[in-house]
Design a binder for this molecule. Structure first.
Ligand SMILES: [Zn+2]
Length: 239
């Protein structure tokens, strides 16, 4: 190819990329900011974990292989609902299939955070979910946070297992791997990822000193019902 043709081709790719980036600048910056917070807080070590946000017709997701502290808005990858990626973008996180499968199956989900957080991951190495050992498990919309069976990272099989373990709830674990939390917003998904890790730490500690007593299904149903109105009493009515 002649030099001018190459230059023209590069310009075309770059302008396409610029068009994709400029369409969603704030959302991309938000993903980078929360990714950096996740990394700095130690919630997911090294380059592990990934985050995504639903956008019209697809999702924005963190790229693979770039340290969070070096990540820029332009590195965030837009993946369409059919899995296609516009040219000129970075390579999407290897777990993009899980994210896409969740957005397709759960219209209520607007954002997803996947971590390899320490205690949650330790439990997954025992293929152990988090049962109702504490009433706060109800915060995830059910009486447990289930653990999906093991499958190779990035595989179609893993996305199927993850979807099943998630069910209608807000979080699940992945065997020998890590945790997934979902929310309406990225902030909510992130807070839930941190909450899963806190519960996993408490459960692991309880397992280390004895046999945790599990709350009954009836009690958890009561707590789930109470959570539906929790915090709403303090809402100030707008004039
Ligand atoms: Zn992972």
């Amino acid at each position: 190819m002649k030099r001018t043709a190459v230059r023209r081709r590069v310009a075309r790719v770059l302008s396409k990329r610029a068009a994709v980036v400029s369409a969603t600048p704030n959302l991309r910056a938000e993903i980078v900011a929360i990714g950096q917070r996740m990394s700095a807080s130690g919630l997911s070590p090294g380059k592990s974990g990934n985050l995504s946000l639903r956008v019209d017709g697809g999702m924005l997701i963190t790229p693979t292989g770039i340290p969070y502290q070096e990540m820029k808005s332009a590195d965030i990858v837009e993946v369409r609902l059919d899995g296609r990626v516009a040219p000129g973008q970075r390579v999407a996180s290897s777990e993009w299939r899980i994210h896409l499968a969740i957005y397709k199956a759960r219209p209520d989900v607007g954002a997803i955070v996947h971590t390899h957080s320490l205690n949650a991951t330790a439990l997954t190495c025992l293929h152990r979910g988090i049962p109702a050992f504490h009433y706060m498990v109800a915060e995830f919309g059910g009486d447990r946070v289930a653990c999906a069976p093991y499958a190779t990272y990035g595989s179609e099989e893993l996305s199927r297992f993850a979807l099943k373990a998630l069910g209608p709830r807000h979080a699940c674990l992945l065997a020998n791997h890590g945790a997934i939390a979902v929310g309406e917003t990225l902030r909510q998904a992130y807070d839930r990822a941190a909450a899963v890790e806190a519960l996993a730490a408490q459960y692991a500690r309880a397992l280390a000193i004895g046999r945790p007593r599990i709350l009954s299904g009836r009690e958890m149903a009561r707590v789930i019902e109470k959570f539906k109105t929790y915090g709403k009493q303090t809402e100030v009515k707008a004039k």
